[in-house]
Design a protein around this ligand. Structure first.
Ligand SMILES: [Zn+2]
Length: 275
């Protein structure tokens, strides 16, 4: 998330404006700020003068339209107050965080068929239950699974994201195993869709790749409905390729799954700053 603000807004601000927008730039490159606050600073800065003037014209114009200094100072202090409240409520403000773990597929939806013939839906459920069990040791985490058995969840009514939204969950993590026609393809991928899920994706991906030692296939943006429809930071982790015989063999072991449950819980705790 930290570079998203600057990457998004750089083309909108001409070079001559950058001196006055320094504060905006500073804020938007800070990882503590999200898009709402970037917009606040952006418009606060832009509102005091028109944009399409050269420096001389702009300075002249500014003399006539710049609001009194006291208003600027009040605006800055208000913004600082909002930021302080925002950081408090998003990092350490809650005593308990609701985390939805979504075991991919289920029931008649088998997901991928692994190299050995086993189904992805069974792998995702087993790993998700281990995450749930491990997270119970952390009193500030309250884990909810979208399914706790081999049941089919229709994607038509968007039940998985709806479950998380109705619960008012803080995080949504969907667990999957990957598939590809070429059995040589292997590795871990983490997906996000909304901009505010990117930093969660990065943190989770780091932990899962470190824990598994599988090939790092990167953090990617994709409009999967479970990522698009969820209102909280949401990621989908493709733990590894079940169609890669060696990778599948490892993914189906208790040892790997216990290790990955630790990695996933560690990622959640790092993101929520629970350590
Ligand atoms: Zn899947």
């Amino acid at each position: 998330m930290q570079n998203l603000g600057s990457a998004f807004f750089v083309p909108a601000v001409s070079e001559s404006e950058q001196g006055d927008s320094g504060f905006f730039y500073l804020m938007c490159t800070s990882s503590a700020f999200d898009l709402d606050l970037c917009l606040l600073f952006f418009f606060a800065g832009r509102g005091s003068y028109p944009t399409n003037f050269n420096t001389k014209q702009r300075d002249k114009k500014m003399k006539t339209v710049r609001p009194p200094m006291i208003i600027m100072i009040l605006l800055i202090f208000t913004a600082i107050g909002i930021v302080a409240f925002y950081n408090f409520s998003n990092s350490n403000g809650k005593s308990v965080y609701k985390v939805v773990i979504d075991p991919g597929h289920g029931g008649k939806d088998h997901g991928a068929t692994g190299a050995s013939g086993q189904f992805e839906k069974d792998f995702t459920l087993k790993l998700s239950r281990k995450v749930e069990k491990l997270a119970q040791e952390e009193p500030r985490l309250q884990v909810h699974l979208t399914r706790t058995d081999d049941r089919f969840i229709s994607s038509v009514d968007r039940a998985r994201p709806k479950f998380a939204n109705d619960l008012g969950a803080d995080l949504f993590i969907s667990i999957h195993g990957n598939t590809f026609a070429n059995p040589d393809v292997s590795g871990t991928e983490t997906y996000y869709y909304h901009w505010n899920s990117r930093s969660l994706a990065k943190v989770m991906h780091k932990h899962v790749v470190q824990g598994s030692g599988f090939q790092n296939r990167g953090v990617k943006k994709e409009n999967y409905f479970v990522l698009k429809d969820t209102k909280m930071p949401a990621v989908l982790i493709e733990m590894g390729y079940l169609t890669h015989p060696k990778e599948e063999k490892e993914m189906l072991t208790e040892e790997y799954q216990n290790r990955m449950a630790v990695s996933i819980v560690d990622g959640i705790k790092e993101y929520l700053k629970l350590d």
